[in-house]
Design a protein around this ligand. Structure first.
Ligand SMILES: [Zn+2]
Ligand SMILES: [Zn+2]
Length: 325
């Protein structure tokens, strides 16, 4: 995957001249994933160019933070570390106190909980920092564990696709079941159409997933970045269970509407908050597909309601009071 760099000319502070030293420091920083301290970066620079001073490296780092290229993180070691912020999704950290290595993850459930707590306290939340200190798998077992030492952007895209695929799969399951139980011919046709669409999208997403894997032969086995336990996974699964227990066409459509709406909202809201990246694109594209399904279901729900109204009632279950003479 092409790793686009920020437009440096637009980021450069007004009036500052092109500095080849600064370009070199920036380039070195961007070539190294992870969380570098200013001294780590200085050591890397110094290996290649002995004419760049420590102070120049510090100043360049400060400039990168101000320009939004680097983000300062504090792992409680008494010194700051710096990570990429451009096209780097927000995340939380696991920090090993034995080897000092850190790895990144994100959880939609934790973020939802943080928002819920902030809202309950009338608090507008900005940045949330969550750091888990302890011992990593390698230090604990002595065995080499798959590392997340690729770009987080790649892991994020992989996990966004996994979530979209899981949701699409349970959507397909839901519509297939709904088509089986639908009594109304129109309703049946709509569910069948949606099931076919979900299957087609599933195929497209799986191809995209395969293309992504071509970037890194070990990508599949690398640690999970994005955890989404309660968020999108269960949306359609719960709907499919309800349908299996027996519902009429109107109820089935209503369940479909609820699932698609929740899915659309989740992917849109969650996706919008990320930095520009492939993962963000995946979330937003998937959100708009879900929106199309939602609109189709709403149209069909209204059409069904109109058909039911027009249909002459075979037997009225409610006896009307006789009009008074
Ligand atoms: Zn460790
Ligand atoms: Zn980080």
């Amino acid at each position: 995957m092409a790793h686009a760099l920020p437009d440096l000319d637009s980021l450069r502070p007004a009036g500052s001249k092109r500095s080849s030293k600064r370009e070199f420091i920036l380039d070195t920083f961007l070539r190294h994933e992870g969380h570098l301290s200013a001294d780590d970066l200085y050591d890397l620079i110094h290996r290649e160019d002995q004419h760049i001073s420590r102070a120049t490296v510090y100043r360049a780092l400060q400039w990168m933070v101000e320009a939004g290229i680097a983000r300062k993180v504090d792992f409680g070691e008494g010194r700051s570390r710096y990570e990429h912020s451009y096209r780097h999704p927000r995340h939380f950290h696991l920090i090993c106190q034995t080897c000092s290595r850190s790895s990144e993850f994100l959880s939609s459930d934790i973020e939802a909980l943080i928002e819920e707590i902030a809202a309950a306290r009338g608090f507008t939340s900005g940045q949330s920092v969550l750091q888990i200190y302890g011992t990593c798998e390698e230090c604990r077992t002595g065995r080499e564990a798959p590392s997340d030492a690729v770009t987080t952007e790649l892991l994020f895209a992989r996990d966004a696709l996994r979530i979209a695929i899981a949701t699409e799969r349970s959507g397909f399951e839901f519509y297939t079941r709904a088509a089986r139980v639908a009594r109304d011919a129109h309703g049946q046709a709509v569910f069948q159409k949606l099931a076919d669409e979900e299957r087609e999208h599933l195929g497209t997403l799986e191809q995209r997933y395969q293309r992504l894997l071509a970037n890194d032969p070990r990508l599949e086995s690398r640690p999970t970045f994005l955890f989404f336990k309660g968020a999108a996974n269960g949306l359609f699964a719960a709907g499919a269970e309800q349908v299996a227990r027996g519902v009429d066409d109107k109820q089935a459509l209503m369940i479909g509407i609820r699932c698609e709406r929740a899915s659309h909202r989740f992917f849109k809201r969650y996706g919008e908050r990320f930095e520009d990246s492939e993962g963000k694109q995946i979330f937003l594209e998937f959100a708009s597909e879900e929106r199309v399904h939602l609109e189709l279901l709403i149209r069909e729900y209204r059409a069904l309601a109109r058909r039911l109204e027009r249909r002459p009632r075979a037997r009225s279950s409610v006896r009307r009071p006789r009009a008074q003479a």
